[in-house]
Design a protein around this ligand. Structure first.
Ligand code: CO
Length: 134
């Protein structure tokens, strides 16, 4: 059911420092910061030949990654995103197996303008999983 790895998201406290690390130390192609107020994060996209890395910095009060950064002060891998051909079919199949879909279960438009859902990390080996409509 799952397809390509769309991205790995890393939560960071200092987006400009993390961007410089990827650009200057690792030699990656790094985008300009993109505020996503609806998601409570500012995102930097890093294009790799086979996937993307997204650096996430908290934006505004009540950012969904604030708690994660409290527990992981140095930052850390926050979620992984797999592509699916049909996000509603994928959701229904997962729910039928007992997997928990976060929020109200309805896909939201993610940072790439496509519908996304998140799955409970306790159901996936401790990893927060995002599904994105391919
Ligand atoms: Co993501």
């Amino acid at each position: 059911m799952i397809g390509r790895l769309n991205h790995v998201a890393i939560a960071v406290r200092d987006l400009s420092a993390a961007s410089a690390l990827y650009r200057d130390t690792l030699g990656a192609k790094v985008s300009a910061p993109q505020p996503e107020p609806a998601h409570g994060v500012t995102v930097v996209f890093i294009e790799l030949p086979n996937t993307k890395i997204e650096l996430l910095e908290p934006l505004g009060a009540g950012s969904p990654i604030a708690g994660f950064l409290d527990k992981n002060p140095a930052g850390g891998i926050h979620h992984i995103c797999y592509e699916v051909d049909d996000i509603l079919a994928a959701r229904d199949r997962l729910k039928a197996t007992g997997a928990r879909v976060l929020g109200d279960g309805q896909p939201k438009i993610g940072a790439h303008g496509k519908p996304v859902l998140f799955l409970h990390p306790k159901d996936f080996n401790g990893a927060l999983v995002e599904l994105e409509q391919a």
